[in-house]
Design a protein around this ligand. Structure first.
Ligand SMILES: *[C@@H]1O[C@H](CO)[C@@H](O)[C@H](O)[C@H]1NC(C)=O
Ligand SMILES: *[C@@H]1O[C@H](CO)[C@@H](O)[C@H](O)[C@H]1NC(C)=O
Ligand SMILES: *[C@@H]1O[C@H](CO)[C@@H](O)[C@H](O)[C@H]1NC(C)=O
Ligand SMILES: *[C@@H]1O[C@H](CO)[C@@H](O)[C@H](O)[C@H]1NC(C)=O
Length: 309
């Protein structure tokens, strides 16, 4: 009994074809000219049509046939593709190119296909843009000074090969924001613990410090009041907990969280005589649309019709 049949000839041909096609597809992982322009010169002189773009794509390897591939410039794939910068500070976009030889590296802004830099020369009239070449890392860093919201978006690092090679980097411009959970009004029963949670988001690095204020005064953690503590957890989102034990009516009022790198966030804390606190919970149960309250009486507009001091 035969153990194995030789492959029929047609199957063997099919396999060979698959191998050829696949080897063609793994052509160095180089990105083609996706926006439909071919080189910096073309970009300056012509406006390509979508039809031209479609024709350019499949012909990408022509340059690779005239020179050995190892001599061609290529991008270091470890270069970050998603960069987040703080508004008002400098943003740095890296483009590390190996084997550049006598080719040029340009930076292009995708929003308006605007050439920003060519080599170390700033091409745009906006002098906030500057490309710096670092010999040791083969990096062509695009610096954007005083980054603004409108600078956010896609940037293209381009090598002047034929056809061009492109590396895309997305820039995010963020403003650190502080928020106190549960605001703008917090109701706390007299005698319980006031627990305020302030989070700082969109901060590339944790804030150097966070100050807490009661009214407009910095809270002193070792004041004679006692029972006041702060726990701060730094991370991608930095969180600061202000804990005030045994809340008294005098602890009512405005509390603010002021991180070193974000705008101030505030809440108003209402310390309630325990009985009033319980009545508010009752109203919440009754699902009242709104209620008014002062120190001596409570008034709910919907479910509780009685509204007397
Ligand atoms: C890029 O970074 C920003 C900010 O850190 C993040 O919100 C976004 O999801 C990231 N995008 C990708 C594609 O990783
Ligand atoms: C530099 O460019 C010229 C053509 O512009 C080419 O003939 C030459 O081989 C290039 N040199 C290197 C080192 O790639
Ligand atoms: C304070 O509130 C936060 C958020 O609700 C919670 O995670 C934390 O455990 C609370 N801390 C204390 C001491 O109750
Ligand atoms: C809270 O309750 C106490 C007695 O239980 C009373 O003397 C005090 O006036 C109340 N305070 C307010 C602000 O309602």
């Amino acid at each position: 009994m035969p153990i194995a049949h030789p492959l029929p000839l047609c199957v063997a041909w099919l396999l060979l074809l698959v191998v050829i096609v696949m080897s063609d597809m793994t052509n160095g992982g180089v990105q083609g000219p996706i926006e439909g322009y071919n080189s910096l010169d073309d970009l300056l002189t012509t406006t390509p049509t979508p039809g031209q773009a479609a024709m350019l794509l499949p012909t990408a390897p022509t340059a690779a046939y005239t020179h050995p591939k190892w001599m061609e410039p290529y991008f270091d794939p470890s270069t970050p593709r998603n960069v987040t910068a703080l508004m008002g500070k400098s943003a740095y976009l890296s483009c590390r190119v190996r084997n550049l030889a006598n080719k040029t590296v340009s930076w292009i802004r995708h929003r308006d296909i605007h050439i920003l830099t060519v080599g170390s020369y700033t091409y745009t009239s906006d002098q906030r843009f500057q490309a710096t070449h670092h010999q040791d890392t083969e990096d062509w860093t695009l610096q954007i000074k005083w980054a603004q919201k409108r600078d956010a978006g896609m940037y293209e690092c381009q090598i002047s090969t034929q056809p061009v090679r492109s590396y895309f980097v997305r820039l995010n411009v963020v403003v650190p924001t502080a928020t106190i959970l549960g605001g703008p009004d917090l109701h706390v029963d007299k005698g319980s613990t006031i627990n305020l949670t302030c989070t700082v988001k969109f901060s590339p690095e944790p804030p150097a410090y966070i100050f807490w204020y009661h009214h407009e005064e910095v809270i002193n953690y070792d004041s004679s009041r006692g029972g006041v503590s702060v726990i701060t957890e730094k991370g991608d989102v930095t969180t600061s907990f202000l804990l005030i034990q045994n809340a008294d009516l005098a602890d009512s009022g405005k509390y603010s969280c002021a991180p070193s790198n974000a705008d101030v966030a505030s809440v108003r804390v209402h310390v309630l005589n325990a009985s009033i606190g319980n009545r508010i919970r009752l109203i919440t149960l009754f699902n009242a649309d709104s209620f008014f309250m002062d120190s001596s009486y409570l008034c709910a507009t919907q479910s509780l019709h009685a509204c007397k001091p």
